[in-house]
Design a protein. Structure first.
Length: 367
């Protein structure tokens, strides 16, 4: 089976999700098609066709213009490869994939990842462009996949055909995201870990405040992995117990996860949209790390019941209460919760299970 994997732009890292299933299904013949790509991970061996390869290095207006000029070339390249299935990630910039599916008669699978499921995304000309792609993908897809039940409900509200829509959890590689081998009891202060954009959307400001209020009675080390608009302000006012690790490759993220007592991701709603899933929650739990999160969008679907925690409300005080509880766990309770987290991800949200489901979807759309 020849599968054309399509996406507007392809950046790895961080968007491993676009290629993870292909890498786990080597028995299929894969080719990725995109307007522009930046791949710095040498483990990515899937052939990639770029329609506008210089677009990523240009200023924004020139980049958009280059990508627009590449739409036709990308459509023709997909069609010329003669795929059995076309799989588009994100409804945004989906016109080449939709057009190629029309040209070749190949079934089109479109995975919705977040904002692309909503009826309106962006402003002005950008909103009109996104709406055109959104409508084209929703109407042209043989099958629409949403990365959570929450996002599927959003897509239904935006006009998706319920007969062509299903939930497909992305899953994480539980053979790669693993607890530390031969882990020994740590003598250092417990690590409270955050991985993501240092932005208000991701709630890192709430976490910083919650952590600061607890230091007097619950000593710990707060490690922030990532960068973003709040980084300067956070650095300017950070207490001594805060470590800024910056952006890290996957190996660096995994190393911190293996040292963490708990991972906290208090993502908040923004502009009427909410977190669709949150793969970092699954990655941490696969490493045997319980997580604390706000009840936002699809986040509850990524939480091991009874082992990880959802904060009672979205506020620094409520987050501090949850974090206080987590830092009070005994070593045995922390170990039991971590083991339960990993078992749940392996059973319910593994890449292997996601691949099996996707394989069945491909077979179904080809009938």
């Amino acid at each position: 089976m020849r599968v054309a994997l399509t996406k507007g732009t392809l950046l790895v890292p961080p968007t491993y999700f676009a290629l993870s299933h292909a890498l786990a299904m080597p028995e299929l013949d894969w080719q990725a098609f995109t307007l522009a790509a930046r791949i710095t991970d040498p483990s990515i061996t899937i052939p990639i066709d770029e329609a506008a390869p210089r677009a990523l290095g240009s200023p924004l207006p020139l980049r958009v213009a280059a990508q627009a000029r590449g739409l036709g070339r990308m459509r023709r390249a997909i069609a010329a490869w003669n795929p059995d299935v076309i799989h588009q990630h994100q409804a945004t910039w989906s016109l080449p994939a939709v057009g190629a599916a029309r040209d070749t008669g190949a079934p089109l699978v479109v995975t919705l990842h977040g904002g692309d499921a909503y009826p309106r995304l962006g402003r002005g000309a950008g909103a009109a462009w996104n709406a055109r792609n959104h409508t084209s993908a929703f109407e042209g897809a043989t099958r629409l996949l949403a990365v959570s039940r929450y996002l599927a409900d959003v897509a239904l509200g935006a006009g998706a055909d319920p007969e062509r829509l299903s939930v497909h959890y992305q899953g994480v590689d539980t053979h790669w995201w693993t607890p530390a081998p031969n882990a020994e009891e740590s003598r250092e202060e417990p690590v409270v870990l955050f991985v993501g954009a240092l932005s208000s959307l991701k709630g890192v400001d709430d976490l910083a405040r919650a952590s600061a209020t607890l230091m007097g009675r619950r000593p710990h080390r707060l490690v922030l992995v990532g960068d973003g608009p709040l980084a300067p302000a956070l650095r300017a006012h950070a207490p001594d117990h805060v470590t800024f690790a910056g952006r890290l490759e996957r190996e660096g993220v995994r190393a911190w996860m293996r040292r963490a007592h708990v991972l906290v991701l208090p993502t908040k709603p923004t502009q009427g949209r909410q977190e669709a899933a949150g793969l970092v929650l699954l990655e941490a739990q696969a490493c045997g790390v319980p997580v604390i999160a706000y009840r936002t969008g699809g986040t509850p679907e990524m939480i091991a019941p009874g082992a990880s925690m959802l904060s009672s409300e979205r506020s620094p005080d409520a987050l501090a209460h949850s974090l206080d509880e987590a830092l009070a766990w005994s070593e045995d309770e922390r170990a039991d919760r971590g083991a339960a987290c990993r078992a749940w991800v392996t059973r319910e949200r593994s890449l292997r299970g996601s691949v099996d489901q996707l394989r069945a979807i491909y077979a179904d759309v080809m009938r």
